[in-house]
Design a protein around this ligand. Structure first.
Ligand SMILES: Cc1cc2nc3c(=O)[nH]c(=O)nc-3n(C[C@H](O)[C@H](O)[C@H](O)COP(=O)(O)O)c2cc1C
Length: 219
């Protein structure tokens, strides 16, 4: 872990991979941002869905022989600046809501663009020369038992390439989240709104506190 010092603060970048700017993923990441800021880190918060971008276009410019910087995404769009900022950070704290059993599409696009340039097609090692510690929060409707039975293996597989950023990698499932504030207003009989609300009140504050501590670099 990179220590904070006034002359060399930790560089923390926080990326909200949910299209909703104030719901579960965002609230967790706001807390992480606050923890980072209060610890004296240099912190930037980005709402991914404010940017205009696509996933990897398979231009393969990052695999051309003789390029100056192999660990760079050469496709130019609204993601380019963010990718460079992440590569220059000490810590990436991000969150991806789970859609259809996978991280949401915007996050997948970010992941492809961030990690593919790091992957060497010569020997499958990393071409990234820095080190970025990563934490990914994964809010989802699924209860913890469902996550353990059906999602955990595929998340481990999906996120394994995070190791190409050479840092500590951490994933935190956030299960059984509140999806709407008033379930009685929606056709959502598959969910017990009272249960969701009660869980949100007891469990979600613990996740916010955990995010704060992670942001502060205390765990
Ligand atoms: C299009 C869509 C697909 C979803 N698919 C799943 C799913 O497969 N499994 C799951 O547990 N939750 C699923 N959810 C629920 C979200 O993961 C959950 O509400 C999460 O808390 C959303 O994050 P947010 O509050 O930051 O928007 C889905 C939600 C949407 C909108």
């Amino acid at each position: 872990m990179t220590e904070n010092s006034p002359s060399n603060p930790r560089k923390v970048i926080v990326v909200n991979g949910s299209p909703r700017k104030n719901w579960c993923t965002a609230q967790i990441l706001h807390s992480a941002r606050d923890g980072a800021r209060d610890s004296g880190a240099e912190v930037e918060y980005v709402d991914l869905y404010d940017l205009t971008f696509s996933g990897c276009r398979s231009c393969l410019a990052c695999k051309r022989k003789g390029i100056a910087n192999p660990c760079k995404c050469y496709w130019n769009d609204g993601l380019s600046e963010l990718l460079e900022k992440i590569y220059r950070s000490d810590v990436l704290i991000t969150g991806a809501p789970i859609y259809f059993g996978e991280p949401a599409a915007g996050f997948r696009a970010l992941f492809e663009r961030l990690i593919f340039p790091a992957l060497s097609y010569n020997d499958y090692s990393t071409q990234f020369r820095g080190r970025v510690d990563t934490t990914v929060f994964m809010p989802m409707n699924a209860p913890r038992e469902y996550y353990d039975a059906h999602y955990v293996d595929r998340m481990n597989e999906f996120f394994a390439p995070m190791r190409f950023l050479n840092g500590k990698t951490e994933r935190i499932p956030v299960c059984d989240t509140l999806q709407v504030s008033d379930y009685s207003k929606y056709d959502m009989r598959g969910f017990d709104g009272d249960h969701k609300k009660a869980r949100h009140e007891t469990e979600f504050p613990k996740i916010l506190e955990l995010a704060y501590q992670i942001g502060a670099g205390r765990r």
